[in-house]
Design a protein around this ligand. Structure first.
Ligand code: PMV
Length: 333
C-alpha cells in the first residue's frame, strides 16, 4: 500500500522567553513556559509518503541522504506517528530549507513542525493544532511553537500531575497583529554547533538554574503583557536578559557549553550603541553565535544596513512574523 503524498511548510521561530532544560527529557516537557515569534523568512518544506514497498525509512535533506544521527531522530518521530496511526509502512521523507544550511541557523523547529504535519496527514491522521503541537514538541521542543501562526506561547505544564497532553503551544497574536522584524546577523556559519539537546540535558548542572527558574514567572508575564500591548521598549530589556541568562546557564553547566563567538559580542555592543543613539532595537540569541535583532518594521532597513557594515557580520537575513504550519501542493518528489 502506498499512502497519499503530503507536503507541509513551516517557519522557524525566535524565542523572547527561552526554553532551556526539560523536566521530562524523554517527552521533551520543558522546565518553563516560553514565548516566540515565527519567522517567515526561514522555512522548511517537507514531503512525506508511506510505502509498504520500502524496507527502511528514506530521509533526504537538501537533496542528500540525511546523516545517521538526523536519520535516527526522524525515524523515532515517524515511529510515534506510525504508532498513533496504527501503520507499519516505512516512509519516504524529503525536506529542504529555504535558507542555506551552512548559515548556522537552527532548523529543528521548522523541520519537526513540517514533518509532523506532513507525516500525520500522509498517515491518514487529521490532528488539530493542539495535537500537532504536542506531537511536534516530542521531535524538538521548540517545534511545538512553529505549529501555530504568528506570536506564540508554549505552556510547560510542570505540576507533578501534568501530562504530555497539557504541554502545547497556542497563538497569542496573529502574524499581522504587529509589524515586528527579526534582523539576523550571521557572525559564524560553523556547522559543528553543539546540539541544543546536549544543552537541555546538562542545564540542571548549572548552579544558577534554580535562580533562573524562580525568576522566570514574573519575567514571562511582563514580556507577555508588553508583547500583547505591542510595546517593544517594554519587552526589550527582558528579552536581552533572557538571552544572556540562557547562555550563562550553558556556560556554567558541566561540561560548559560556549555558543558565543567574538562577533556575537561585537553585534550586541553595536545594538546597545544604536539604542543610545535613539534607534530602538534589542538583541536575542538561540543556541548559537548568531545575533537576532528585534526591531519594528519601520527601523528594519536601517538596522539591516548598519549590521551589514559590521566587520564581524558575514550575512544578514530579515524576517517578518510568519504563519503556522500549512499544507502545500508543491511536492518535493
Ligand atoms: O527545540 P530545541 O531543542 O532546538 O531548543 C531550542 C533552544 C533555544 O533555541 C535556545 C531556545 C528556544 O526557546 O527556542
Amino acid at each position: 500500500m502506498q499512502t497519499r503524498k503530503v507536503t507541509a511548510i513551516s517557519c522557524a521561530n525566535i524565542a523572547f522567553i527561552k526554553y532551556w532544560g526539560n523536566h521530562d527529557a524523554k517527552l521533551r516537557m520543558p522546565l518553563n513556559d516560553s514565548l516566540s515569534m515565527n519567522l517567515d523568512a526561514l522555512t522548511t518544506e517537507t514531503t512525506v509518503e508511506f510505502d509498504d514497498a520500502l524496507e527502511n525509512d528514506e530521509i533526504v535533506i537538501g537533496g542528500e541522504p540525511a546523516d545517521e544521527k538526523t536519520t535516527a531522530r526522524v525515524v523515532e518521530h515517524l515511529n510515534r506517528i506510525r504508532q498513533e496511526a496504527k501503520l507499519n509502512a516505512k516512509a519516504r521523507v524529503h525536506s529542504r530549507n529555504n535558507f542555506p544550511s551552512a548559515a548556522g541557523l537552527a532548523s529543528s523547529a521548522s523541520a519537526f513542525a513540517a514533518l509532523t504535519l506532513a507525516a500525520t496527514r500522509a498517515a491518514g491522521l487529521e490532528l488539530g493544532e493542539r495535537q500537532l503541537s504536542i506531537l511536534a514538541r516530542q521531535g524538538s521542543g521548540s517545534a511545538a511553537r512553529s505549529i501555530p501562526a504568528g506570536f506564540v506561547e508554549w505552556l510547560a505544564a510542570t505540576n507533578v500531575t501534568s501530562t504530555s497532553e497539557q504541554s502545547y503551544a497556542r497563538q497569542l497574536m496573529p502574524p499581522d497583529a504587529w509589524e515586528l522584524c527579526d534582523v539576523i546577523a550571521i557572525v559564524s556559519s560553523d556547522a559543528k554547533k553543539i546540539p541544543s539537546a546536549e544543552g537541555h540535558a546538562v542545564a540542571h548542572t548549572s548552579p544558577f538554574l534554580g535562580e533562573r527558574i524562580s525568576r522566570l514567572p514574573i519575567r514571562y508575564h511582563r514580556v507577555r503583557r508588553e508583547l500583547l500591548a505591542k510595546n517593544l521598549q517594554g519587552m526589550g530589556p527582558d528579552i536581552e536578559t533572557e538571552a544572556i541568562e540562557l547562555h550563562m546557564i550553558a556556560m556554567t553547566s558541566r561540561p560548559p557549553i560556549f555558543y558565543w563567538a567574538p562577533g556575537t559580542v561585537r553585534v550586541m555592543d553595536a545594538v546597545r550603541e544604536w539604542r543610545r543613539e535613539g534607534l530602538e532595537a534589542y538583541y536575542t540569541l538561540d543556541a548559537g553565535p548568531n545575533v537576532h535583532i528585534i526591531v519594528e518594521a519601520k527601523n528594519a532597513d536601517e538596522i539591516a544596513k548598519r549590521v551589514r557594515e559590521l566587520d564581524a557580520v558575514q550575512k544578514v537575513f530579515v524576517s517578518a512574523p510568519g504563519g503556522g504550519a500549512t499544507l502545500s501542493e508543491n511536492h518535493l518528489f
